[in-house]
Design a protein around this ligand. Structure first.
Ligand SMILES: [Zn+2]
Length: 706
């Protein structure tokens, strides 16, 4: 337990969870000509989200395992729909038919050089006293999108399975053809580990959780603390979501029930063909212990109590994976409040509902918070309030298998979404007390401003606590601290949650929020209500906080006079991305001309300054405001390139994409950076020109402000 979480723990007991929100409403807010009236609406809203009710939602939603497309998943859809309707939202359950694999058999046996059995598994997840672990509906650990097969091979340990880890093995002349690659979870997206292993000829992959990364090395394991116990396994999708997410058979097309089978394509576009199996360190330990060959390089040693070796001598592993691939029905729940002035301009707020098992933190802490946001919106509706723009709350299904529910819905509504003014995501709502956010640069200040209006269970505002946490972290981080003039840090959007189709496929400005903490039971059966109430948020005070922040995002955006997009910051961010790429290209000796793109970025920055002045004055007749808002919104669309990225056309945003070799983390100006990384100067030059055109489009759009 860190000092910070300890103090959070003490304060929690000193504060009633229902403490009245601090009266911190600012006098002026960017995007509003007169904030006084809106301020009263916000204050009213902030009193409604209720900690106890949020806790009850969480308990109901996590009462049973509810993997996507199961009857229990459908029950949670009905529960969410009922709460949406009770609040007065126009609600429907939207089904899609999508390809999903469920495991029929997953087996692993390891033998030493003499053929002696070392371990046979996977071992069932078990600790003393966990209430949910023995339910027969707990799905055996498996990887979504895994191949099927029966393979035997020698084992090679590949650390985190990063590109540089595989390159290091190649440099040591360790051939991976026909081998079983053993990698540990962490750093990159698991689908990337399998993607590179497959490229290097591996026959199968075992992915295990090393205690160094989320187990006893970090602190006490569950049930004594929040960290991963010996048998805990991280399930998860190994879909190649950096190619495209969603239903593997329908890239760019919605998998509606009436979509003919003939319209579907082979799923190989974003699925591995080799086997991968997730295991615990209980099952990985005997393999690592018996593995011979060279000792591991610096940084590859985990926390198991012996020296690790690379292999391939010493251990043979036999893997069996039988995956039942079927087109199955999933259910999104969509609740709508029609806007009074701009009904066609949507504010979309969403969270996924499906879980690998119980999903108390991931994702149903987010769902519980969203339901209390909706509760607050419902109280305003009953008082006669109507938002200016249409608000949609969305409960996505099958996120875990590859952002499927959100992707199919976005693909179905791609045209309409060109007018959507924002997408607000929450996934892991609450794992602890540490608020954090990621956003497109145009919404970074929006999210900072908004957190000044919400009280924290720790006292003062969410913003102040967020900022204090950063100061403390920076003291420990020393030289890695951000520059002193930087406000509280808002991250960039990569992938791994449902904002991806909105921002990176159709260009809807997006944010993602979370309240984090020590959390070692991710995607295991132990991410349950008992774990949550013991470790994350015993009084549901942070569920209440997240309900307030999430609801306020929708409310403040929907009612704004002028869309509060900060393109000045956006332009600065893009200029810094271009500068970094130029330095990287020059270090690599690539002869690339950055002058045109720098000029285009400069024109975009000037247009942004001009627009900012207009946005700040905010006055004018409604027709002019309407036109200003349209051009502000179209500026983000201007950054979308219809042709998409080279080799992955589904990703169309020119500034942000998930990295091909990181998966979760954002790669900025991805077309340019990935071409430079691949030492493909021709492609880099072509992508610089694509970026120049996008920035010119964005500058022209912004310049057309009335
Ligand atoms: Zn999630």
């Amino acid at each position: 337990m860190t000092l910070r979480t300890l103090s959070a723990f003490l304060v929690l007991f000193a504060l009633a969870p229902d403490a009245v929100p601090a009266q911190t409403a600012p006098a002026t807010v960017f995007g509003y000509t007169d904030f006084a009236a809106e301020s009263r609406i916000e204050s009213e809203f902030l009193t409604v989200p209720d900690a106890k009710l949020a806790g009850q939602h969480l308990k109901t939603l996590t009462a049973e395992p509810h993997m996507a497309a199961t009857p229990e998943d459908h029950k949670t859809a009905e529960y969410v729909a009922e709460k949406f309707r009770a609040a007065g939202l126009d609600t429907e359950i939207v089904p899609y038919r999508v390809l999903l694999n469920w495991p029929k058999a997953v087996r692993m046996e390891a033998f030493d050089a003499n053929g002696k059995l070392l371990i046979s598994g996977p071992t069932r997840e078990h600790v003393d006293g966990d209430p949910g672990q023995d339910d027969p509906r707990v799905v055996m650990p498996f990887n979504g999108s895994s191949g099927s097969g029966d393979v035997t091979g020698e084992v090679v340990y590949a650390n985190y399975g990063r590109l540089e880890d595989f390159d290091q093995l190649a440099a040591q002349h360790i051939d991976l053809h026909g081998k079983i690659v053993l990698v540990r979870y962490g750093i990159n997206f698991r689908g990337v580990k399998v993607y590179i292993a497959q490229q290097r000829g591996a026959a199968g992959v075992l992915i295990y959780s090393d205690p160094q990364d989320d187990g006893y090395y970090k602190g006490d394991p569950w049930p004594n603390g929040p960290w991963r116990p010996e048998t805990g396994v991280q399930r998860g999708s190994v879909q190649f979501l950096f190619k495209y997410p969603g239903d593997p058979e329908t890239p760019g097309v919605a998998s509606t029930l009436d979509l003919p089978d003939a319209a579907r394509v082979s799923p190989e576009g974003n699925q591995p063909h080799i086997i991968s199996i997730p295991i615990s360190y209980h099952d990985a330990s005997p393999i690592l212990l018996a593995l011979k060959g060279p000792g591991v390089p610096q940084g590859w040693q985990g926390a198991l109590p012996f020296r690790y070796h690379l292999g391939p001598e010493g251990v043979k592993v036999h893997l069996v994976s039988q995956q039942d691939y079927q087109r199955r029905i999933i259910w999104d729940v969509i609740g709508k409040v029609r806007g009074s002035e701009y009904p066609d301009d949507w504010v979309v707020a969403g969270n996924h509902r499906d879980a690998w098992v119980y999903g108390a933190v991931d994702p149903n802490s987010g769902t519980a918070a969203m339901l209390e946001s909706v509760h607050g919106i419902g109280v305003l509706l009953k008082q006669g309030w109507r938002p200016k723009r249409t608000i949609l709350f969305c409960s996505w299904d099958a996120e875990e298998e590859g952002l499927i529910g959100s992707t199919e819905w976005v693909e179905q509504h791609a045209e309409t979404l060109k007018r959507a003014v924002a997408y607000f995501n929450v996934d892991v709502g609450v794992a602890g007390p540490d608020f954090s956010a990621a956003a497109v640069p145009s919404l970074k200040q929006f999210i900072r401003d908004l957190t000044r209006s919400v009280s924290s269970p720790l006292g003062s505002t969410v913003y102040e606590q967020w900022k204090n946490g950063h100061l403390e972290a920076n003291e420990h981080r020393g030289s890695n601290a951000p520059p002193e003039n930087e406000d509280v840090h808002v991250g960039d959007l990569g992938s791994g949650s449902d904002f991806t189709p909105f921002l990176q496929h159709v260009g809807v400005p997006a944010t993602d929020i979370s309240s984090g903490g020590p959390y070692g039971v991710y995607h295991s059966t132990f991410d349950d209500y008992a774990w949550f109430t013991q470790n994350a948020d015993p009084h549901f005070a942070y569920l209440q906080e997240m309900a307030r922040v999430f609801g306020l995002e929708a409310l403040r955006m929907a009612d704004s006079d002028v869309l509060p997009y900060d393109y000045v910051t956006y332009a600065k961010a893009i200029q810094s991305y271009i500068g970094a790429a130029r330095r990287k290209a020059s270090d690599a000796g690539a002869g690339l001309d950055f002058a045109p793109v720098e000029l285009a970025a400069g024109r975009f920055a000037s247009a942004a300054q001009k627009a900012y002045v207009l946005q700040s004055s905010g006055k004018g007749d409604p027709a002019k405001l309407d036109k200003l808002n349209q051009t502000l919104r179209q500026t983000e669309t201007a950054l979308v390139n219809e042709a998409g990225l080279p080799n992955r056309p589904w990703y169309r945003h020119t500034i942000y994409a998930p990295g091909e070799f990181t998966g979760y983390a954002a790669v900025v100006i991805p077309g340019v950076n990935e071409a430079i990384d691949a030492k493909d100067t021709g492609r880099a030059a072509q992508q610089l020109s694509v970026l120049t055109q996008a920035l010119d489009r964005a500058a022209r759009t912004l310049d057309a402000t009335p």
